[in-house]
Design a protein around this ligand. Structure first.
Ligand code: FAD
Length: 440
């Protein structure tokens, strides 16, 4: 989407002037969002659902998307898929977006966990756990498309794309965001708001401008991500398999609808996340036969025969945790706050729970007639979210380190743990509840 910044600024003011009196106080308290990826867009939509206006600054140029043309999926040339937890689905239901998303979401009815060359295995079934599903697998491209369409259509959201954040200035009563806008010519612009929420990703510019440090850990691994076809239907089973080369997740996918040129057969399409040691990614990316053989070797016939692989992407894996998430009138959110290992499919779901809580706290503040960017409110938000965040970070690391440790004694222990997990009656429902994001 090509937008003229001046027009957007004018629109933001018009919204304040033309909305009903009881909404005026709300819209006057402008929320600035830096970064319009999935978290930034979702947060803007959550705020809009509470009647709170926001202006979002995104570095990339958004494409022009027609609601009637579902081939144009998003601004992401992204082969990734995201496992959305039950809680994330509930949040999208709450803001009325799930109806649009669900045509491209594939239910997870059961989860199988096992280790290559070992006896331990565990299985979670939706019937046993008495749930509708464990979550939904969604193409990132479709999620991006629908979030962008919804944000473009929301009167309370102003999108400014092609704009790179360059400075943040905080005062007692507000925050000023400076950015370079790359329109026909480059211009320097400023926006004032009550609060700034940084959703600008792992290498967050705002975090750096605020001089907030990070604790980082390089896993020395790369995630290879893509779509494959198997000769056996997925039957809505998610398979998590640990191999000596790294963890591997194979998730069920919907079929692409549409134009009759489908390269994948009905129900045989799956998303793969393969984690390999850093430096070994080139062959997995470039050589289809090698990639398929590796999957086959790691999986045996659990998913059937791997017959075709689509284009793959590589993501170097580093855990990045911001030293703080609230600083004056600024909040650090999404990957900018915590970038996690994708092994357990928790990162985005955690961000959505953060975004949901902050939007609720801001809404309550507005209803009291109080300042939406009050630093004490933002500190309360940070405190409220820490225990859920720490639990998820610990869980992801335990899975990564526990399952990649080559020591035979540890291997035996983890297999015994998998067997115990499968047999003990009270553990599975608890783990399932956490994995679905229903408990924090
Ligand atoms: C291989 C892989 C698989 C994953 N699978 C799952 C899964 O199954 N389930 C799950 O829950 N999570 C998963 N995740 C995690 C999930 O992808 C992330 O949590 C999520 O993408 C974070 O989104 P974000 O919007 O915070 O960051 P980003 O997607 O990085 O978006 C940041 C945005 O900010 C913009 N930006 C950056 N700098 C500036 C600037 N200076 N000015 C303006 N804008 C700027 C960028 O252009 C971008 O649009 C996975 C991650 C990986 C790597």
């Amino acid at each position: 989407m090509i937008q003229n910044t001046d027009v957007n600024l004018l629109n933001a003011q018009n919204k304040v002037e033309t909305t009903a009196d009881n909404r005026q106080a709300i819209t006057e308290q402008q929320v600035l969002i830096a970064g319009g990826g999935h978290v930034g867009l979702s947060f803007a939509l959550l705020l809009a659902n509470h009647g709170i206006a926001s202006t979002l600054i995104e570095k990339n140029r958004y494409p022009t998307i027609s609601p009637n043309d579902d081939r144009n999926r998003s601004h992401y040339l992204d082969s990734r898929n995201t496992a959305l937890s039950r809680r994330t689905v509930q949040i999208y239901q709450e803001i009325g977006l799930w109806d649009k998303l669900q045509s491209h979401a594939c239910r997870i009815d059961s989860v199988q966990i096992s280790e290559q060359g070992s006896f331990g295995r565990a299985q979670l079934n939706k019937a046993e756990e008495k749930v509708e599903s464990f979550g939904q697998v969604m193409e990132n491209a479709w999620l991006g498309r629908e979030l962008l369409l919804a944000a473009q259509q929301a009167p309370l959201i102003t999108l400014i794309d092609n704009a790179n954040v360059s400075a943040v200035t905080q005062k007692a009563d507000g925050v000023t965001l400076s950015f370079s806008h790359y329109g026909e010519e480059k211009t320097e612009q400023q926006l004032q708001g009550s609060v700034l929420v940084a959703c600008d990703g792992r290498d967050s510019t705002v975090r750096q401008l605020l001089d907030i440090g990070t604790t980082t850990y390089d896993y020395q691994q790369t995630a290879i991500v893509g779509v494959v076809e198997t000769d056996k239907p997925h039957e809505h089973v998610a398979i998590e398999r640990f191999s000596p080369a790294g963890p591997l997740a194979v998730l069920p996918l919907t079929d692409p609808d549409g134009d009759g040129n489908n390269e994948y057969q009905n129900g045989y399409r799956r998303s793969v996340v393969w984690v390999c040691p850093k430096g070994e990614e080139t062959r997995y990316l470039e050589d289809d036969a090698h990639f398929l053989q590796t999957l086959q070797h790691a999986f045996g016939q659990r998913a059937g025969t791997f017959v075709a692989a689509g284009r793959r992407g590589a993501y170097p894996l580093t855990r990045v945790l911001a030293d703080k998430q609230a600083d004056g009138r600024c909040v650090i959110m999404g990957n900018a706050a915590h970038t996690l290992h994708p092994v357990a499919g928790q990162g985005f779901n955690l961000c959505m729970r953060d975004a949901h809580v902050l939007a609720q706290m801001m809404s309550a503040q507005v209803l009291k007639g109080a300042d939406i960017g009050d630093p004490t409110l933002l500190k309360r938000y940070e405190k409220a979210r820490l225990s859920d965040q720490k639990r998820v970070i610990r869980f992801c690391d335990a899975v990564v380190h526990g399952f990649t440790h080559p020591n035979p004694v540890i291997k035996l222990a983890r297999n015994a743990a998998l067997v115990a997990f499968d047999k003990l009656p009270n553990i599975k429902p608890l783990v399932a509840t956490y994995a679905m994001g229903l408990k924090s």
